[in-house]
Design a protein around this ligand. Sequence first.
Ligand code: SF4
Ligand code: FES
Length: 253
Amino acid sequence: MNDKATIKLNGREYEFSPGETVLDVAARHDIYIPTLCHDPRLDPVGACRTCLVEIDGWGRLAPACATPAAAGMEILSENERIDRHRKTLLALYMTDHPSDLERAERGAPNELLQMAGDYQAPLDWGYMESKRPAQPDDRNPYVLFDPDLCILCGRCVRYCDEIEGVTAITLAGRASETTISTVDGLSLMDTSCELCGGCIDVCPTGAMGEKMPLLRGENHRRTVQLPAWAADRLVACRWTGRPGVALPGENQR
Ligand code: SF4
Ligand code: FES
């Protein structure tokens, strides 16, 4: 007898293991749920609200990334209510986020911008200057923080803390002036930062970028000639949607 616990997701039943979240189960079965603050290496915080799903019997939508799967749960990841929520949320994010590609994709691909386009979020709700302050003393030559592109998802801070164990950066300030900073606003050079670049790598919008190429005005996007075997194994990353190459032996999705 199969006594594994199951949830129902979009009408189909899926088994799950203890500790898995709704997003884990969805990702394992190639069911796309949009995320911005999630990174499978980091503890979930449910900060960005892009992954909200509807759970039968729950009054409010729930973040798939931070909701543990529970036996008998019936979940919808797509319906009119969720679509309305996503459009509204993404439109609100965009009210203080640059939308011109020159500015919004200076460094890495901007996942927020892509998502706003994918979900056809209205982009005509007006624009207001972001109040997030930049680093006052920024003599470090490696990491450039652009507060206008930051969505306060906290991935950089959590990576620095949970993976590097360094805690050089933190969320600082209050309300609309909340930003990413260091203790006392020190330059990264004067903190415990090891200049690993992890904050740049995990940032979904390019708010953390490589300073020298950006200041030189260089475009990070390079055309890479893939070997034949790799061209056949192009896949989209299940977490970010970015293109990548599945290595031999890996599951091609
Ligand atoms: S700098 Fe990037 S990773 Fe850090 S909180 Fe802002 S958007 Fe998120
Ligand atoms: S990905 Fe779930 S709340 Fe951000």
